[in-house]
Design a protein around this ligand. Structure first.
Ligand SMILES: [Zn+2]
Length: 198
């Protein structure tokens, strides 16, 4: 709602908001209204399963999107690659508990192929989930928010490419993926303020 009133979703009636933080949060707006569903929990894209029997999630199930496409998820991806491949990477100079999403970002920027492949994998998994979500509500735009979205083109470029590939053809080239227009520090308070307009 904050995005609708103060951000880039002004005048847009159908959009999806995805927060890539330590987990993955999301909100779905259809015809200008946030979708709450019968429980109030509708729009939990972060806990849709992207890999059967996959990574254990904090919700107790396995394979949820947020275990792959959050700041935590990309670290797990990097650690898995470091443990299971012999690919050269400057990340090998660090202890496992020193590897953060920011470090992976920094090395990807410097051209480290293992770090880059972590972003590519994250983008691929996220693209499929966004395509699935988009096919349900046909949004005009998808806005990304949160720490991992600040990786900019490292994530956004492969994400857009994979997203178009994964989409059901009638939806291709109809949905923009953009970064949120809200500042992190303001987002929660602007969303809360926006609620009072309802
Ligand atoms: Zn989960």
């Amino acid at each position: 709602m904050g995005e609708m009133i103060y951000g880039k979703a002004k005048g847009i009636k159908d959009f999806i908001m995805i927060t890539l933080g330590t987990g993955v949060g999301s909100g779905i707006v259809v015809d200008g209204k946030v979708v709450y569903g019968s429980t109030g929990f509708a729009g939990e894209v972060g806990h849709t399963i992207v890999e059967p029997n996959g990574r254990l999630c904090n919700c107790g199930r396995k394979g949820c999107l947020e275990r792959y496409c959050s700041a935590t998820g990309i670290v797990i991806t990097a650690l898995t690659k470091l443990r299971t491949t012999s690919e050269r990477s400057s990340l090998r100079e660090y202890k496992e508990d020193e590897i953060t999403s920011k470090l992976i970002y920094d090395y990807a920027k410097m051209g480290d192929t293992l770090a880059l492949s972590c972003f590519d994998y994250t983008a691929k998994v996220l693209a499929r989930s966004l395509a699935n979500a988009a096919e349900v509500t046909s949004p005009k735009k998808i806005f990304l928010f949160g720490g991992l979205s600040k990786s900019g083109d490292l994530l956004l470029k492969p994400l857009k490419t994979y997203f178009e590939q994964e989409l059901y053809p009638v939806f291709r080239n109809t949905i923009d993926i953009e970064l949120s227009g809200l500042k992190d520090t303001d987002a929660a308070i602007l969303g809360a303020a926006a609620l009072t307009f309802e």
